[in-house]
Design a protein around this ligand. Structure first.
Ligand SMILES: Nc1ncnc2c1ncn2[C@@H]1O[C@H](COP(=O)(O)OP(=O)(O)OP(=O)(O)O)[C@@H](O)[C@H]1O
Ligand SMILES: [Mg+2]
Length: 429
């Protein structure tokens, strides 16, 4: 630890202000985590909460263990220096009961809630939570399994999609599907792509083109002209008629391109312009149809992957982070009493590293916290894409806090040189 801890004015405010919401957005080494630990102590010393009535959420298991040690250490110091017998008594009790402190990662917190309410959550209480690394392996396994089936079901179109992604695009198909899947789940939504419906557009434009060809033919006939130009026009129009009738998209597109309307007879400008415009519009509609068929393939792959991954987890009796979040959210949504009891069991909720919160986590935090939530974080330290966290969420909460007058900024940096080096050493590289 860096030197003697003498809280700054704003740190003291954050530590001692135990009622109401608080939002601390501050830079690295400004003492955010130190404030969480000291506020914990202040809450027990003042009688605001017993140790097990404070929910403290940290980012990693290691951070939770460190927080626990920090709290224990500061409790010891405070017991030695505090002059108020009532506070000392409460601090001693907290020190004795420190193992009951609810200091944990968000996943451990969800696991605990779900195990305690397994029946209501509709799950086997013996489930094992899996970490990110393990769940990635399961995801890859599920994807491989569903890919074989996907290609079998869709034949050439399916195989083409798989090959296109693996050969030409920077990201591979697994990464893309998995990202989309994770994004949906972190928002608490079923992983389903919105389906485009270009059929109506194609129909309308086919009818328009049909009418334009007929109109043009008729106009040519009325001129009474014959010869090479007129033969060419007839040939082009036949190609267009064939295009309209062709059974598959590729032939249709090929014939359509071969039948690009050619200017010929000067006298029939209006009908020619309409034919050209109708031809372009139909070509465009076919392109939408082509895109839609790719989106349908992607959507089918996404859904099969979702199912395969579900099956695999079910067989192994495991739940991943998104499951823990979704199940907890649903448990609390569907069981008002459980939600009430859980919310009432905490006098104080503090979330460190709040910048890495995803929409689902925020929703859950707000379900169990009211004006007793303290959010702490640094938007410059948000880990891009981590569990689909969105720094925009943090920024929105920050703005709200500033408007609501419950935001505190910490402006000093206390991290000493050796600490910074140790910290950088610990970064993944
Ligand atoms: N007022 C203070 N007086 C002395 N040391 C302090 C003070 N505030 C914080 N420190 C020390 O500065 C170091 C960094 O604090 P802390 O880890 O709480 O910062 P942080 O804002 O949580 O950093 P990060 O953004 O990396 O999470 C710690 O060793 C802490 O004890
Ligand atoms: Mg910190």
């Amino acid at each position: 630890m860096a030197g003697e801890f003498q809280p700054t004015e704003s740190q003291a405010k954050a530590i001692n202000e135990l009622d109401g919401r608080l939002f601390i957005a501050a830079g690295a080494g400004s003492g955010k985590t130190a404030v969480v630990a000291r506020r914990f102590i202040e809450a027990v010393a003042s009688g605001k909460a017993e140790v097990d009535q404070i929910l403290t959420i940290t980012f990693t298991k290691k951070a939770a263990a460190e927080m626990m040690n920090r709290v224990r250490e500061v409790l010891r110091q405070q017991i030695a220096v505090d002059l108020d017998p009532g506070r000392v008594e409460r601090l001693r009790r907290a020190y004795r009961n420190i193992e009951r402190a609810r200091i944990s990662t968000i996943d451990s917190f969800y696991s605990r809630v779900l195990k305690a309410n397994a029946l209501a959550a509709g799950i086997d209480p013996d489930f094992a939570p899996v970490d990110e690394a393990r769940s990635l392996l399961l995801k890859e396994e599920a994807f491989d399994a569903c890919l074989k089936d996907f290609v079998r079901r869709h034949g050439k179109a399916g195989a083409d999609l798989v090959l296109a992604y693996d050969r030409k695009l920077a990201g591979n198909l697994f990464a893309i599907i998995n990202d989309v899947h994770a994004t949906f789940r972190s928002r608490g939504r079923e992983p389903r792509l919105p389906m485009p419906n270009p059929e109506k557009l194609v129909d309308q434009n086919r009818n328009r083109l049909q009418a334009a060809i007929d109109g043009f033919d008729e106009a040519v006939k009325l001129t009474g002209a014959e010869g090479k130009t007129v033969d060419n026009i007839r040939e082009t129009n036949w190609s267009l008629r064939d295009a309209i009738k062709a059974p598959d998209l590729e032939t249709r597109e090929r014939l359509l391109l071969a039948g690009k309307p050619k200017r010929g007879l000067k006298k029939i400008q209006v009908e020619y312009d309409e034919l050209k415009a109708a031809w372009e519009a139909y070509l465009l509609a076919l392109k939408s149809q082509k895109a839609a068929s790719i989106i349908r393939l992607m959507s089918d792959l996404l859904e099969s992957y979702d199912q395969a991954y579900r099956d695999l987890k079910y067989r192994k009796g495991v739940l991943d982070f998104a499951d823990l979040s979704l199940l907890t959210r649903d448990l609390l949504l569907n069981n008002k009493n459980i939600k009430k009891r859980l919310a009432a069991s905490f006098s104080l909720i503090m979330v460190d590293e709040f910048q890495d919160t995803n929409p689902l986590q925020l929703q859950i935090a707000k379900m169990i916290a009211d004006d007793n939530l303290m959010m702490v974080g640094d938007e410059n330290q948000s880990i891009f894409g981590f569990r689909d966290a969105e720094v925009a969420l943090f920024q929105a909460e920050k703005k709200q806090a500033e408007l609501g007058g419950y935001s505190i900024r910490l402006l000093d940096n206390f991290r000493s040189q050796p600490e910074i080096l140790a910290f950088v050493d610990g970064l993944p590289g």
